[in-house]
Design a protein around this ligand. Structure first.
Ligand SMILES: Cc1ncc(COP(=O)(O)O)c(C=O)c1O
Length: 368
């Protein structure tokens, strides 16, 4: 039997949220709801649906490998040059490509926060790249950039930060981010992953895109999977210095962003009414969700303040026990043992109706 490389032997595959179809098969329930993958409960924008239908007639053709129109649309949207934009099969692929382009396995090291998005350690391990982890308190989940700065050493080559972060829902303020970006040595690549940026309404936040002008070592990633509601199509992108983006471009597969995805993403980006509606609904239902969870404070439940479309919930019993009980009621949430957060669950902000259903099932289970 062929031997596998050492770093893959010890690697645990990414555990996605349980699909509704799988739950219905396993437990014989119907009407299941999924609040496990931070998807947009509104479904895709009507303009995206129209674009998808039109594009469906063209799938005998290869997509535009350079994703010209999509990159141009993104570049105009952010007011950057087209050469600063790279698209991919979800931002996950973009992160993979960045790691592959800039890191030397066995030599360079990554740096990330504890409780950072779990794809980061998986991607680095898969490439045989070691990394250091900056501790984060499981009380306030503050990601201290001072501590991160202190953790930089001579082998650090890539710093990866989700802002806001998944699964904590917390974010780093503008002043701290600016100070950090200005102080990181220029030979260290900083990737700021802004998958949830659209949902933020705190005025002390700033996108790293607004801070990028002076930095030659900063790449920002974004996705169409969350607020833009195209998770199933897989589209994400990076914005960075054209020279760095050009290197990443050499590594990607020629048709890494499919034809339907490109068309849908262009239409979605243009549908600002849909984005506004998605954000407004999320803000409203997130407040309802947090209010419902706060009623369970005496039972040992705590909602960590969130600026995203999900909420991290502290639970009085191991999260996975409650997760299992909810599954039987057709409610899928996310246990976080893999993150080292045993007494927590992550709950996506669904529709008003889904939220009510979750709160009822969860409250009954907690008070049982
Ligand atoms: C912080 C963060 N970054 C990136 C991604 C990847 O998103 P996608 O590959 O769908 O663009 C996710 C998905 O959950 C995420 O939570």
């Amino acid at each position: 039997m062929p031997t596998v490389i050492e770093s893959i032997e010890s690697l645990k595959a990414y555990q996605p949220g349980k699909p509704i179809s799988e739950l219905e098969r396993e437990f014989g329930v119907t009407n299941a709801i999924k609040l496990a993958s931070n998807e947009n409960p509104l479904g895709p924008s009507p303009k995206a649906k129209e674009a998808i239908q039109t594009a469906a007639n063209l799938v005998h053709l290869y997509p535009d490998g350079a994703a010209f129109e999509l990159r141009e649309t993104i570049a105009n949207f952010h007011n950057v040059e087209m050469e600063a934009v790279l698209t991919g099969n979800g931002s996950n692929e973009v992160l993979n490509l960045i790691a592959r382009t800039f890191l030397k396995p066995g030599k360079d090291r990554g740096l990330m926060f504890q409780y950072a998005f779990i794809a980061y350690p998986i991607i680095l391990k898969a490439f045989g790249v070691a990394f250091d982890v900056v501790k984060v308190s499981d009380q306030d989940f503050e990601q201290s950039l001072d501590k991160m700065y202190d953790a930089i050493h001579e082998d650090t080559k890539l710093i990866c930060i989700a802002n806001p972060n998944n699964p904590t829902g917390t974010f780093i303020k503008k002043d701290a981010l600016r100070k950090f970006l200005e102080s990181v040595p220029e030979d260290i690549l900083v990737v700021i992953d802004e998958a949830y940026v659209e949902f933020i309404d705190d005025p002390s936040f700033s996108s790293a895109l607004d801070l990028r002008a002076t930095r030659e070592n900063l790449i920002i990633t974004r996705t169409f999977s969350k607020c833009y509601a195209l998770a199933g199509l897989r589209v994400g992108y990076a914005v960075g210095p054209p020279k760095l983006i050009d290197y990443v471009n050499r590594v990607r597969e020629p048709f890494n962003c499919n034809l339907i995805a490109q068309a849908a993403a262009i239409a979605s980006l243009g549908d600002r009414e849909f984005v506004a509606r998605s954000v407004a609904q999320n803000t409203e239902v997130r407040a309802e969700l947090i209010e419902g969870l706060e009623k369970l404070a005496a039972n040992g439940v705590q909602a960590i303040p969130s600026q995203t479309n999900f909420v991290l919930v502290r639970t009085p019993r191991p999260g996975v026990e409650i997760y299992d009980a909810l599954l039987r009621l057709g409610v899928i949430v996310r246990p976080l043992k893999g993150y080292g957060l045993e007494y927590f669950l992550r709950v996506s902000v669904g529709s008003h109706h889904e939220n009510q259903r979750f709160l009822k099932a969860f409250s009954d289970e907690i008070r049982r």
